[in-house]
Design a protein around this ligand. Structure first.
Ligand code: ATP
Ligand code: MG
Length: 387
């Protein structure tokens, strides 16, 4: 047999079972093969470091993570042993929440931000309510960055058919039942390990589009959001009791507005477990500056796009149109302008594509079918261009 294979993980496991978490640092591979990990712990200086699962966030050179030791394997005496770690918490400086007045790269109303910070500090879960594209999903990421917390984990609630789906999937292999934990469950485990090891960090789970929660799925989760912070779910292995550590915070998001029928489908019991915050759209000038900075169009061009979009949003709010172009739609319009496409054409192509009707102009330059939705939307562009 070429070489021999043995594991010494039991001995090491015992040694580390009660020990503090270790730290590893991300380095760029010298031959450009992505990220490699290094440990300064004397036991692991000459080992090859592996992670048990793929990180759920982007890792950059210089990032330091607290990790849990899982396993060490020596394959051949001549090659380095391989040690497996689980990423638990990225090392970040915790910020005092009372000192936070703005979020980087994200506009919020200053008073709303203070309310959110107070609630989050008290362990209150929050629901962000707002129009499509108003920044509901982005806000918890910006907040976690400002607080020096762990990057949030986002769950698309509409994908979950049963409460169990949030936590994992059962299966069977070699005649044995198993329960494969979901990424959200692995994230909860990270929070638990951090908490058990006295690491002062916080974890955020975003329940995205909670208004699209399937019937009964929401009921099954109630326990997680009340004072017990506990639920039990049936699994193929018999059952799993999940008790959340206090360093986990939930943000739900729900859409509100013209094109979203069925908003607030959540039942009373689920609603009352969360504190609601309305997320308003960015003010005009913030949106113009963001577009200028992100895409590279001029302020004047960005102004034309945003002013047109705002007119269309107003018309949608008043029930005259079915679609309100949000920041993302403005951005795709700006891409055309940035690449030299004519302004008027770019506004039409970028902002009007979702309205019913054919874009055919008569000899006066009016849309042929004046009663179409497109004709109403086109009048917004004409008004802006006339200025
Ligand atoms: N207040 C804001 N400050 C900075 N950027 C914002 C703000 N609001 C929205 N954006 C930008 O708009 C885009 C859409 O934001 P996001 O996806 O968070 O919106 P949303 O409310 O979750 O939308 P949806 O309802 O469609 O899920 C992102 O690129 C985000 O950066
Ligand atoms: Mg969203």
């Amino acid at each position: 047999m070429a070489g021999f294979l043995f594991t010494i993980h039991n001995a090491i496991k015992k040694e580390h079972a009660m020990a503090d978490l270790l730290r590893i640092t991300a380095k760029n591979h010298p031959a450009g093969k992505g990220i490699v990990w290094e440990s300064t712990d004397s036991q692991f200086l000459k080992t090859k470091i592996k992670l048990d699962t793929q990180p759920t966030e982007e890792i950059c050179e210089g990032d330091v993570w607290q990790v849990q030791f899982l396993d060490k394997t020596d394959s051949k005496p001549s090659s380095p042993s391989v040690v497996t770690f689980r990423l638990v918490a990225k090392v970040r400086e915790l910020k005092t929440w009372q000192k936070i007045t703005t979020l980087e790269d994200f506009w919020t109303d200053p008073d709303d931000l203070q309310d959110i910070l107070c609630w989050v500090n008290e362990g209150q879960d929050i629901i962000l309510i707002g129009e499509a594209g108003s920044g509901k999903t982005t806000l918890p990421f910006a907040l976690a960055r400002a607080l020096g917390w762990q990057e949030p984990y986002k769950v698309d609630v509409a994908m979950m058919k049963k409460a169990q789906d949030f936590f994992g999937k059962g299966g069977a292999a070699d005649g044995k039942a198993f329960f494969a934990e979901s990424p959200m469950m692995q994230y909860i485990r990270r929070a638990q390990i951090a908490y058990d090891n006295g690491i002062e960090s916080h974890f955020v789970i975003i329940l995205d589009e909670l208004n699209r929660v399937h019937a009964h799925t929401g009921d099954g989760l109630h326990g997680l959001f009340d004072d017990t912070r506990q639920i039990s779910i049936p699994t193929s292995e018999g059952g799993l009791v999940i008790k959340l550590p206090p360093n986990i915070h939930f943000f739900g998001t729900i859409n509100q507005g013209g094109s979203y029928v069925g908003t607030f489908q959540m039942d009373q019991a689920l609603k009352s477990r969360f504190a609601p915050i309305y997320v308003p759209a960015m003010p005009r000038d913030v949106e113009v500056r963001k577009l200028t900075k992100e895409v590279g169009v001029t302020e004047k061009e960005a102004g034309h796009i945003v002013d047109t979009a705002r007119k269309l949003r107003e018309a949608c709010g008043a029930g005259q149109l079915e679609f309100a172009p949000d920041y993302r739609v403005c951005r795709s319009t700006a891409y055309l302008i940035k690449n030299g496409r004519p302004l008027r054409r770019s506004l039409i192509k970028g902002l009007l594509g979702w309205y019913n009707g054919r874009f055919e102009l008569d000899h006066r330059g009016e849309i042929m079918d004046p009663n179409s939705e497109l004709a109403k939307a086109y009048s917004a562009i004409r008004a802006i261009m006339a200025k």
